[in-house]
Write a protein that binds this ligand. Structure first.
Ligand code: MN
Length: 422
């Protein structure tokens, strides 16, 4: 977690597009992802640099095109790979003429999931989200008594996770309308998004062997954006007593580039824990976590409706928040998930939960921004939204920026709601 030459904000790459100050993928970032040259071609492990992707096998950095080879590396081996990438891509590198042949234009290749996803757990670390939503469902007791003690989560569905660009039909589900005596199967009328980060597990732990706080981050490959699409009317009817099920497992979209914790080292921060919250139990505590277990990552939600797209209007930003407002750090999520011996595996995804800010306009879902559907948002073009309509595209963005460091970005997490199947 110390800074090194790969974080030097003045470092330049011979890949010119990487030196654009607005570029999400400068040489200080080097996020991992998979691409392929056609719909039937093999997925290939790569690293995003500027507007390009470097093929790791072709560059001589991997023996195969399989991303599993990267994920099997230890944390220190992954750091060594980052240094080799940095050395090869920096201006003046003797590898330039060799690696130029291993570069592909990102917009000309298909970008997929960074790896096959094994299991998916979604947490609930966004305390402002938990409080606002808790008020809607339980006005008298918004935060349940366990919230400050247990990193709350549920097991989600990995099979419906897809990379940015996912389009899905408005799902059907059981909905119990107010005043009715029986539910009906209907297309959801309360289609929503959730602004989250995904924590990608690189190396698992053996069944029965918990991961302690001191080693938790060694198991983490990195972070991407995650949209936990949610059907709120289905959720309200089904969620008790076992939590979300069909309200959330029809689609989950992630941004395809895994931004490593090494790349995020300049943006570490002390976790913000509410003054009235109890100290975590010892298995969720460590000196390093107290001093720098959190990450300063700016988060944004953008919406482009079908009408905006037809009129040639750009997407509109709906909200901004920051990962610093999460109640639990990623190390705490790993330590908690495994404390009973549960085995995480390479390719598992842990969602942070919706990351809302403290202000009402910083809600990371429409449920919050429209106060449970009571207060429609008026968009710049005059359209109104309480929940998503068919043809709406939601775009999540994230970046880390700090004086003395190069800004790095996460790219986009984009998804579109299509009309329900008839
Ligand atoms: Mn969620």
């Amino acid at each position: 977690m110390t800074l090194d030459a790969t974080h030097n904000p003045l470092a330049h790459s011979w890949v010119e597009s990487a030196n654009d100050p607005c570029c999400d993928f400068p040489i200080q970032n080097l996020p991992f992802g998979r691409f392929r040259l056609g719909p039937h071609a093999e997925w290939r492990a790569g690293v995003a640099i500027g507007a390009q992707v470097l093929d790791l096998q072709q560059a001589g950095l991997l023996d195969s095109a399989d991303m599993a080879a990267v994920m099997a590396l230890s944390a220190s081996q992954r750091r060594a790979l980052r240094h080799r990438l940095f050395e090869g891509l920096r201006s003046g590198s003797h590898l330039q003429s060799h690696w130029e042949l291993a570069l592909f234009v990102r917009s000309e290749v298909e970008i997929g999931l960074p790896c096959p996803v094994g299991d998916y757990t979604d947490f609930y670390t966004g305390i402002h989200h938990a409080t606002t939503v808790g008020k809607l469902f339980r006005p008298d007791a918004p935060l349940l008594p366990n919230y400050h003690w247990v990193p709350i989560g549920y097991h989600g569905r990995a099979s419906s996770i897809a990379a940015s660009g996912q389009c899905f039909h408005r799902p059907h589900g059981q909905v119990m309308a107010a005043g009715d005596s029986a539910p009906q199967l209907l297309p959801t009328r309360r289609m929503d998004y959730e602004l989250e980060l995904a924590i990608w597990v690189a190396q698992g732990n053996a069944l029965g062997e918990p991961v302690c706080m001191q080693q938790a981050e060694d198991h983490v490959w990195g972070l991407s954006l995650l949209n936990d699409w949610s059907a709120r009317d289905v959720q309200a009817w089904e969620y008790q007593p076992l939590g979300p099920f069909l309200a959330k497992n029809f689609a989950t979209t992630v941004s395809p580039w895994v931004v490593t914790l090494d790349a995020l080292a300049p943006f570490r921060s002390k976790p913000l824990r509410p003054a009235d919250a109890p100290q975590p139990l010892p298995y969720l505590d460590s000196p390093a976590n107290r001093s720098s277990g959190a990450f300063d990552i700016e988060l944004e939600v953008w919406l482009q409706t079908a009408a905006m797209q037809a009129a040639g209007l750009a997407a509109q930003r709906l909200s901004q928040s920051n990962y610093l407002d999460a109640c639990w750090t990623l190390a705490q999520l790993l330590a908690h998930h495994t404390v009973n011996g549960c085995n995480l595996r390479a390719g598992d995804v842990l969602g942070t939960g919706t990351l809302s800010g403290p202000q009402a306009e910083q809600g990371g879902s429409l449920l919050e921004l429209s106060q449970g559907g009571k207060l429609p948002l008026t968009l710049h073009n005059g359209e109104q939204r309480t929940f998503l309509e068919d043809g709406d595209t939601v775009i999540l963005k994230a970046y880390a920026e700090r004086a003395g460091a190069r800004r790095i970005g996460f790219g986009e997490c984009r998804g579109t709601v299509l009309a329900a199947r008839v």
